[in-house]
Write a protein that binds this ligand. Structure first.
Ligand code: COS
Length: 374
């Protein structure tokens, strides 16, 4: 067993940390306030190769691995969880299924420009009536000559409206099928944009299919195998969210640690108070545990070993850690923590979604408990 990161992983961490500090952090509060997505930041991420970390160079990537990708999401989320999830959805939810199930042609046509950051990817599974019960979707796909005609709508789409390519799941005669949908396809449109509690500079929208024409060559994987593709995609996506949660928690700990050493009450820094210092010790310990689970799941995926249970565990642990740690960070800041003068209130709002999306904590427990008996 080796717990040391490779030189490549350390280099990627340093590069993303510098980028996050210099290019992402300065506008994080303003983008949160205005719900503003910044395409310029995405373009700069592309220049650094971050938009295609795990994909081979022939598909526009930098040929690294899932651990490097998780480290990047973590470091971005440490200053801005919205930027973290933009990269996570783009890579795990859109890039991964194309890389894994796509034909060579689909990989060149879609994965390559996504990995190079020329196009943004998104994933559409959830509907207004089917969230946790993903198989209960109502969006249909009917064959018509060389096309499939999609009708229905999907909600809560991360990168909705800014994405060019959507991985969409719809019920065909043969069963749930996955499709690669371009934003220009006839009958595709963007619906309501959500106003959210957190991750506010990451756009979340509805996507609508009104007799949307999708060429049969854009079926991803086998017709009728879409549910499994959706589930397998989420297995990896969940670990990206775990990395986001670890980053949010670390960002809150960084801020609280600094504050506890500077803030004086009763004539000494509040860090001297065991009530505060023990809180910080617990926060740091739970972050480290969540990080180890997250890195382990990423390592398993890179090694080609089963990682579904590991990533459900990492998301469960890291999501709860992010919520607990950010809540404690706000407590350490006291009244100031409740204001927008410090970033911890944003971290606390951002943390909440990590317990909900890509499968609620309850769904993670369902997945884990089913695996225990397998
Ligand atoms: N990998 C591969 N196959 C999987 C799988 C996975 N991770 N999970 C399920 N499957 C397969 C099953 O093996 C089963 O295959 P067979 O029909 O060949 O036996 C099939 O898919 C149906 O699986 P299951 O019976 O478990 O389906 P359920 O309807 O009970 O749903 C849950 C399973 C609840 C786990 C699933 O609906 C789910 O993950 N829901 C949450 C969705 C979610 O995370 N949404 C967030 C969207 S992104 S914001």
């Amino acid at each position: 067993m080796n717990f040391t990161l490779s030189e490549e992983h350390n280099m990627i961490r340093k590069m993303v940390r510098d980028f996050a500090k210099n290019e992402v952090a300065p506008t994080a509060a303003e983008r949160d306030e205005k719900e503003r997505f910044d395409m310029e930041i995405f373009r700069k991420m592309a220049e650094l190769g971050l938009t295609g970390i795990p994909w081979p160079e022939k598909y526009g990537g930098i040929g690294s691995d899932y651990l490097a990708y998780c480290i990047a999401v973590e470091e971005l989320s440490r200053v801005c969880a919205s930027t973290g999830v933009t990269l996570s959805a783009h890579t795990s939810l859109a890039g991964w299924p194309i890389y894994t199930f796509g034909t060579e042609e689909q990989k060149i046509r879609y994965l390559k420009p996504m990995a190079q950051g020329e196009k943004i990817g998104a994933y559409g599974l959830t509907e207004s009536g089917s969230g946790s019960d993903a198989g209960g979707m109502k969006t249909t796909a009917r064959r018509s000559g060389e096309n499939f005609i999609l009708n229905g709508s999907k909600i809560f789409i991360t990168n909705g409206g800014i994405a060019d390519i959507y991985i969409v799941f719809a019920a065909a005669e043969e069963g749930i099928t996955s499709f690669i949908v371009e934003k220009e396809f006839t009958g595709f449109s963007i619906g309501k944009k959500e106003q959210k509690m957190g991750i506010r500079s990451s756009p979340t929208t509805e996507i609508i299919f009104d007799n949307c024409h999708v060429p049969a060559e854009n079926v991803l994987g086998e017709i009728g195998s879409g549910f499994k593709i959706a589930m397998m995609t989420l297995d990896g996506g969940r670990n990206g969210i775990a990395a986001q949660a670890v980053g949010i928690a670390q960002g809150a700990l960084d801020a609280a640690l600094l504050y506890a050493q500077e803030r004086k009450q009763f004539g000494k820094p509040i860090m001297a108070n065991q009530g505060i210092s023990f809180k910080l010790a617990d926060m740091a310990t739970s972050i480290e545990a969540a990080r180890l689970l997250t890195y382990q799941a990423a390592w398993l995926e890179t090694e080609g070993k089963p990682y579904g249970k590991a990533s459900a565990m990492s998301k469960l642990m890291a999501g709860d850690t992010a919520m607990n740690v950010t809540t404690e960070a706000v407590q350490i800041f006291g009244g100031y923590g409740y204001t927008k003068d410090y970033p911890v209130e944003r971290f606390m709002r951002d943390a909440k979604i990590t317990q909900i999306y890509e499968g609620t904590q309850e769904i993670q427990r369902l997945v884990i408990s089913r695996m225990l008996t397998k």
